[in-house]
Write a protein that binds this ligand. Structure first.
Ligand code: FES
Length: 110
């Protein structure tokens, strides 16, 4: 069972679980940690189109999907930023997840 370190908590989930679902299921208040500011109300609910669930992840995830690559390929994201969309990835091992600042979580200078 993979362990996820996020927002000062350790969350256990099944291998293959969707990262966004795990974080929101663990504690609804995680919404405020996964989404910054108004994105908590305006996100695309996991469709992969808004880009606001972007997180910095260390650990094993599934490969990037076509829609994830598409959304991370235009501003404010950059495909080479190393960020992943929580709604488009599945947990394949232990993770350390960090949410950066900015409406899309795109800023690294925090
Ligand atoms: S919730 Fe919109 S891209 Fe993930």
């Amino acid at each position: 069972m993979p362990l996820i370190q996020f927002a000062g908590e350790t969350i256990c989930c099944a291998r293959g679980d969707n990262l966004r679902s795990v974080l929101l299921r663990h504690k609804p208040s995680m919404r405020g940690s996964l989404y910054n500011g108004a994105a908590g109300l305006t996100h695309c609910r996991g469709l992969g189109t808004c880009g606001t669930c972007a997180v910095d992840v260390k650990g094993d995830l599934t490969p990037m999907t076509k829609i994830e690559k598409w959304r991370l390929g235009f501003p404010p994201h950059q495909l080479d930023s190393g960020l992943r969309l929580a709604c488009q990835v599945c947990v394949m091992g232990d993770l350390v997840v960090t949410k950066h600042s900015g409406l899309w979580g795109q800023r690294f200078a925090d």
